[in-house]
Design a binder for this molecule. Structure first.
Ligand SMILES: Cc1cc2nc3c(=O)[nH]c(=O)nc-3n(C[C@H](O)[C@H](O)[C@H](O)COP(=O)(O)OP(=O)(O)OC[C@H]3O[C@@H](n4cnc5c(N)ncnc54)[C@H](O)[C@@H]3O)c2cc1C
Length: 512
């Protein structure tokens, strides 16, 4: 049987991870087909909130402002409360973050947009850049050989075959790509079953204006959550149920309304219920993120409890990471060994995210599970801006085992994110973050020009405040080699010697 379609990359799934991957592959000129079995992007608000790092990624796609606009009205930050009801007894205020506008660590602020706003933005931009994304098209089988992957897909027009160099499994929590590759997964597994109710009601008198207020609710009638969204009057309420005794069908609109009245302390509330869906809170980590030519991203690779707000953010992070690496390999600018760095970097990160979010879950939802086996909580900023990539695509001293650092005190060691510093480039003030569109050498020492190679972008920079020299720990002599994703790949405080050869360093990093 011949192949009906031929593409470089097939992306299975058009949620946050798949759309991000498709977008950044298309941006690099890679031919990409995205398929989704759903009718369109998510109508459900689901993951709300973008970290500074996520918004930096969106900035590279030219859609940061459009995404951030989706959170307008909630720019005052995030409040998380464990309480009896919206106006009842507060057991614990978990966080009161107000760093939305803090741009000292990034040229971008963090965002408050929800998934139903973000996905259409990513879809539109991916298509603009040349990605083909089709809905109501389901993957039915997958087989790979040494030269590529053959997928069988089904749409309303019938079944057809897609032959691709690589496949990205972005098909979510219950994805089939992982099953086709035989990759297993581990973790605490299913934690809780929830009925999610999306509804409209005017609750302005109950919630803090300008802030996203997330309530973990515990009272004699139910356990659940309540959160506002960036759509006026739109809110999401979830109720936990025990699948041994009940099912989601036991929660029709009438019962949900009764419980909502208890949650909001508004006995007369008449919510306009838009959707009632069942979903599971779970914690899973796939044993591998790659099987040959197939890569897992987002929820297909790991499922994290939402208690950390990182499911959506890491979906975007995974999609971006595999996209730039695949693009380099497919364009012949890097060797296939660069692809090994995807699992090496993203899986330990996913583990930290799942563990940290599980620790939050125990603290906020299930104190009875507390014990020595529960992982430690992780600082949010350290995790999102201070995480270290460790793989063959960074040159780290083996004795230096640190996995995270405080991004406010960056060390500039390889593997960490290159810090945001305002510098003067071509007479204009720019953030260093915007310089890393390709492999880039950051230095204030002109003698490095003789040691560099044409494929290495070496901008001429001035550093009027000495901040670059200090935060990049390069002084006026050294240099830092930064990857296209803004991660420090190699670093020295020394000037070049006559034998310094950055070509060899670059070849090693790119597995050429
Ligand atoms: C009710 C709910 C609330 C949530 N709240 C939060 C939150 O507050 N914070 C947070 O960070 N995260 C939250 N999450 C999790 C967050 O939504 C996910 O982490 C995120 O959607 C993962 O994105 P993804 O692209 O990996 O997968 P998904 O968004 O699940 O997308 C999967 C895609 O794969 C497609 N697909 C599946 N199977 C096939 C197939 N066989 N063939 C073709 N296509 C297929 C689907 O159509 C879809 O396009 C929530 C999730 C739910 C369900």
């Amino acid at each position: 049987m011949g192949d009906d379609r031929r593409v470089q990359v097939l992306v299975v799934g058009a949620g946050l991870s798949g759309l991000t991957a498709a977008l950044f592959l298309a941006q690099q000129g890679v031919s990409v087909l995205g398929i989704s079995k759903h009718r369109g992007t998510s109508p459900h608000p689901k993951a709300t909130g973008q970290t500074h790092r996520t918004v930096e990624v969106l900035r590279r796609a030219g859609v940061a402002d459009e995404v951030l606009a989706g959170g307008a009205g909630l720019d005052g930050g995030l409040v998380i409360k464990v309480a009896e009801s919206l106006r009842g007894r507060v057991f614990h205020t978990v966080v009161h973050e107000d760093d939305t506008w803090d741009t000292s660590l990034s040229p971008e602020r963090s965002g408050m947009a929800s998934q139903d706003h973000v996905e259409p933005v990513l879809l539109r931009r991916a298509r603009e850049l040349g990605a083909e994304v089709v809905f109501e098209t389901e993957l039915v089988s997958l087989a790979q050989d040494d030269d590529g992957v053959t997928a069988r897909v089904r749409s309303s027009e019938g079944e057809y075959t897609v032959r691709a160099d690589y496949v990205i499994g972005a098909d979510g929590h219950r994805g089939v790509v992982r099953s086709f590759t035989g990759i297993g997964r581990q973790g605490p597994g299913e934690l809780a079953h929830h009925v999610g109710v999306v509804f409209n009601a005017d609750l302005t008198a109950h919630i803090v204006p300008d802030k996203l207020t997330l309530f973990y609710l515990r009272n004699p009638a139910f356990t659940g959550t309540f959160v506002g969204t960036n759509t006026a009057r739109r809110n999401v309420f979830t109720i936990e149920y025990d699948p041994a005794r009940e099912s989601a069908a036991d929660y029709p609109a009438r019962r949900c309304t009764e419980l909502l009245r208890i949650a909001t302390d508004a006995p007369d509330l008449e919510p306009e219920i838009l959707e009632i869906t069942a979903w599971e809170m779970a914690a899973w980590l796939s044993d591998r993120f790659r099987a040959g030519r197939v890569f897992l991203v987002g929820d297909a690779a790991k499922v994290t409890p939402p208690t950390g707000g990182l499911g959506g953010n890491t979906a975007i992070g995974d999609g971006y990471d595999i996209a730039w690496k695949l693009a380099e390999v497919l364009k012949g600018e890097a060797g296939v060994g660069l692809l090994d760095s995807y699992e090496a970097e993203r899986r330990p990160y996913a583990k930290l995210v799942v563990d940290g979010s599980y620790a939050n879950y125990v603290q906020r939802f299930a104190p009875h599970l507390a014990g020595p086996d529960v992982p430690a909580e992780v600082d949010h900023l350290h995790l999102t801006l201070g995480y270290r990539c460790r793989s063959n695509a960074v040159l780290i001293d083996d004795t230096d085992t640190a996995l995270m650092e405080d991004p406010a005190n960056p060390s500039a060691r390889p593997g960490f994110r290159a810090p945001h510093v305002m510098v003067t480039h071509n007479g204009t003030e720019v953030s260093t973050v915007d310089l890393f569109t390709t492999w880039t050498l950051i230095t204030l020492n002109p003698s490095w020009r003789a040691a560099t190679v044409p494929s290495l972008h070496t901008p001429t920079l001035t550093d009027p405040t000495d901040t670059l020299a200090k935060l990049y720990n390069i002084g006026l002599t050294g240099a830092a080699l930064i990857r296209p994703d803004g991660v420090i790949a190699w670093h020295t405080t020394n000037p070049p010697t006559p034998t310094t050869n950055l070509s060899t360093t670059l070849h090693t990093l790119k597995s050429l």
